[in-house]
Design a protein around this ligand. Structure first.
Ligand code: NAG
Length: 322
C-alpha cells in the first residue's frame, strides 16, 4: 500500500476524531488495520461507490467508542495501557475474523458494523473493570500511575493522591525475639517514580533518628530489648516532593515469652541439633507470628525448670515428713 495514502488516512482519522477519540484508536495497530481494510479488503468485496460512505461510518463508529458516560465507577476518560491493549486486541481479532471469512457486499457491511458495536460494548466493560479495580488503587498516600487519556491519546503519569498518612500500627513483640516493621503496601509494586524506604525512630521529644534507608520495605531488629519499645515511622519516597507512604508503628515490648509445657517428650530434635543452631535456623518471629510454637531449646529449658521444681517439692515433702 502507498505510504502516502496511509499517512493521509491516519491524519484524516485523527482529524475527524479530535477532540473526542475513542481510545482504541490510540493504538497504532487499530489505525493501521482500518486503513488496510480500506485499501486491501474493500476493493474486491464491496462496490467502489460505497467505499467512501462505509469508511466514513467506520470512523464514526470507532469515534463513538468514547461516547461513554463519564462516571466515577465506570469511565473517567482514561485507561491504562493493559486495558487499551486488551480492547484493541479484541477489536483486531474481530476484524480479522471478518476479513478471513472473505464475506462480501451488504453482508460484509452488516457484519462490520455489528462487530464494531460489540467492540464498543467490550471496550466499555474493560474500561469499567479498569475503573473499578485498577484506577488509583491506593487507599492512602501517593501513587504515580501511567495512564492514557482517551480524548488526546496522550500517555501521562497520573498522581493518585489520597490521605497523607497510611495510618498507625500497633506492634507487639516479645523480648529477645525479632521485631519486623513492614512498610510495603500492595500497590507499591505497580507505582512509578518510587525511591527509597526510610525507617526512623521517633523519640518522645519528636526528633527522629534514621535507622535504615533503601529498597528494602521492612525493618528487622533482632533480639529486641525493652529499650526498643516506642514509636517508629517509615516513609517511602517518590520523585515528587510528596512521599508515597507514611506509616507509624507503635512498638510494645512484652516480657520474654513463657513456654507452655508440651506433654509428649521429643528428644529427636534435641539430639540432631545443638541449641545454638536451632536458634539460627528458626524462622524469624515477629508480631505477626506470635502464635508460632516455641523453639525446642526453650522446651528443654522449661523442662529442666520443671524437673528442678519437682525435686524441690520432693525435698520439702521429705523435710516435712521427717
Ligand atoms: C531527643 O531525644 C533523644 C533520645 O532521648 C536524644 O537522643 C535527642 O538528642 C533529643 N533531641 C533533642 C532535639 O532534644
Amino acid at each position: 500500500m502507498e505510504p502516502q495514502r496511509l499517512s493521509l488516512l491516519v491524519a484524516a482519522l485523527a482529524g475527524c476524531l479530535l477532540p473526542a477519540r475513542g481510545c482504541v484508536i490510540c493504538d497504532p495497530k487499530v489505525v493501521e488495520e482500518l486503513s488496510s481494510l480500506e485499501t486491501n479488503y474493500l476493493p474486491g468485496h464491496l462496490e467502489a461507490k460505497h467505499h467512501k460512505d462505509v469508511m466514513k461510518r467506520v470512523k464514526q463508529a470507532v469515534k463513538d467508542f468514547q461516547d461513554l458516560p463519564i462516571d466515577e465507577d465506570s469511565y473517567m476518560g482514561v485507561v491504562d495501557e493493559a486495558t487499551l491493549e486488551k480492547a484493541s486486541w479484541s477489536l483486531l481479532k474481530d476484524l480479522k475474523r471478518i476479513t478471513d471469512s472473505d464475506v462480501k457486499g451488504e453482508l460484509f457491511v452488516d457484519e462490520l458494523f455489528w462487530t464494531l458495536r460489540l467492540a464498543k460494548d467490550t471496550f466499555a466493560s474493560y474500561a469499567a473493570q479498569f475503573q473499578k479495580e485498577v484506577f488509583c488503587p491506593n487507599k492512602c498516600g501517593l501513587m504515580l500511575q501511567p495512564l492514557i487519556w482517551c480524548s488526546t491519546c496522550q500517555k501521562q503519569v497520573h498522581s493518585c493522591r489520597k490521605s497523607r498518612s497510611c495510618g498507625e500500627r500497633k506492634v507487639k513483640v516479645h523480648q529477645m525475639e525479632d521485631m519486623i516493621l513492614d512498610c510495603e503496601l500492595n500497590w507499591h509494586k505497580v507505582s512509578q517514580g518510587l525511591t527509597d524506604y526510610s525507617f526512623y525512630r521517633v523519640w518522645k521529644n519528636n526528633s527522629e533518628t534514621l535507622m535504615a534507608k533503601g529498597q528494602e520495605p521492612t525493618l528487622t531488629k533482632t533480639m529486641v530489648s525493652p529499650k526498643d519499645a516506642g514509636t517508629y515511622r517509615c516513609e517511602l519516597g517518590t520523585v515528587q516532593s510528596t512521599p508515597a507512604t507514611i506509616i507509624h508503628f507503635h512498638v510494645t515490648v512484652l516480657p520474654k515469652r513463657i513456654v507452655e509445657e508440651t506433654p509428649s517428650p521429643n528428644t529427636e530434635t534435641q539430639d540432631e541439633t545443638a541449641p545454638g543452631e536451632v536458634t539460627l535456623d528458626r524462622p524469624q518471629t515477629s508480631a505477626t507470628l506470635q502464635s508460632q510454637s516455641p523453639g525446642p531449646e526453650k522446651v528443654l529449658r522449661h523442662r529442666l525448670v520443671g524437673l528442678l521444681i519437682g525435686a524441690i517439692v520432693v525435698l520439702i515433702a521429705g523435710v516435712v515428713t521427717a
